[in-house]
Design a protein. Structure first.
Length: 132
């Protein structure tokens, strides 16, 4: 089995999604290509060897809204040292689109703590502090 190279995320608000992944989650913009096969943008983001291909919809194409009930990837997860510190860091940046569970943004699952946030295009990102 080969290692995962990247995931691809489509957005109809490129600037909002790009700012989220770069400014809030700390990904680095590696390459940005304009007018890529009828897409306004196709860009590559990287964090610690994990890559995201962020692309806009094709010309004339309307993207459907994200649903957690869709087949395929439901979320992706980032591993941090301390979930509470990461939560505070993100909140201090002004980002507030967290997915609460039982009234709390931070909750425990399998002896670890985690948060879930929604990216501007709808992708759910889980952030946890303990490997499984």
């Amino acid at each position: 089995m080969a290692k995962i190279h990247h995931i691809c995320i489509q957005t109809d608000d490129y600037i909002k999604s790009l700012n989220f992944y770069v400014k809030i989650l700390g990904f680095k913009l590696i390459k940005e290509t304009k007018d890529f096969h009828t897409r306004l943008y196709n860009s590559w983001l990287e964090s610690d060897g994990f890559m995201i291909e962020l692309q806009t919809n094709k010309a004339g194409e309307k993207l459907s809204e994200y649903s957690k009930n869709s087949k395929g990837i439901a979320h992706f997860c980032l591993l941090v040292t301390d979930v509470e510190l990461e939560y505070k860091r993100i909140k201090n940046l002004g980002y507030t689109d967290f997915r609460s569970k039982n009234g709390s943004d931070i909750y425990t699952v399998e002896n670890g703590r985690l948060i879930k946030i929604s990216a501007p295009e709808g992708t759910i990102i889980e952030i946890r502090d303990r490997d499984i």
